[in-house]
Design a binder for this molecule. Sequence first.
Ligand SMILES: NC(=O)C1=CN([C@@H]2O[C@H](COP(=O)(O)OP(=O)(O)OC[C@H]3O[C@@H](n4cnc5c(N)ncnc54)[C@H](O)[C@@H]3O)[C@@H](O)[C@H]2O)C=CC1
Ligand SMILES: O=C(O)C1=N[C@H](C(=O)O)C[C@H](O)C1
Length: 268
Amino acid sequence: MVRAAVAGIGGRMGSRIAQILGQTEGITLVGGLERPGHAAVGCDVGALSGTRPSGVVVEDTVERVLERCDVLIDFTVPEASLNHMKAAAAAGRAMVIGTTGFSPDQQESIRTLAQKIACVLAPNMSVGVNVLFKVLRDIARLLGPDYDVEIVEAHHRFKKDAPSGTALKLADAVAQARGCTLEDVGVYARHGLIGERPREAIGIQTLRGGDVVGEHTVFFYGMGERIEVTHRAHSRDNFARGAITAAKWVVGKPAGLYSMLDVLGIAD
Ligand SMILES: NC(=O)C1=CN([C@@H]2O[C@H](COP(=O)(O)OP(=O)(O)OC[C@H]3O[C@@H](n4cnc5c(N)ncnc54)[C@H](O)[C@@H]3O)[C@@H](O)[C@H]2O)C=CC1
Ligand SMILES: O=C(O)C1=N[C@H](C(=O)O)C[C@H](O)C1
């Protein structure tokens, strides 16, 4: 039985993961972590997962949580996830990180820490989006440079980072397929007399509002036709199930940084 703990257990994703974990075989919720002062601190973890009270409460220090788990599932904020990963590396515990919005320096730190522990890092844990990551490369390669790529993502009003981690990874997949880097061709805003569209640009636009769970569309605009590929999340359950699948998969794996493509067995 895999022993999992959830960081950010009082949040939108963390609370849903706790509930679904309570109904999943082969894995059990043994701990929860929240930021100091959060209302969930001190609450019974079993009650949060919809099972019977366990006598284990949500903590506000990561070390105490790591003592009793095999894997820490983290959906928090970038700075917290990185601190949790440092602690997990010191304690020798695996991690699943769903948090998005890491800076390039923070991503580099994650790569370094993953030399010590096994870690699944994925901006989107749904099966659909991960299949899209793969398929998109083929579409981009087959269409070639004559098709203009624009990506539009929409999320709820509470989301803190933009563009979404998923949109950035979709854009990166297209850039790689075209033999360039997102750093060179990403266009994140347009305003004013900006001139004609550079052929190689990959536009990434962000919408925020209401309770939109998560929507991503990749447009391939040609002359006289276009392809639109859209993924819509109907709820957070697919992300939560993906995170739990990743947690069961990563325990016992050699140290390294893994993606959901590895978990799903569809990596190149
Ligand atoms: N990879 C994926 O499939 C998905 C990733 N996400 C990402 O997950 C992250 C969280 O998203 P939501 O759950 O919607 O946000 P949220 O704001 O509802 O939850 C985040 C939780 O983390 C807690 N937190 C903050 N600092 C902490 C600390 N130092 N220690 C422990 N807990 C701390 C907050 O109190 C909050 O309860 C975001 O970066 C989001 O983009 C969201 C959905 C799916
Ligand atoms: O913050 C969210 O809600 C989501 N974030 C992820 C991202 O940034 O890509 C994934 C999902 O779309 C929901």
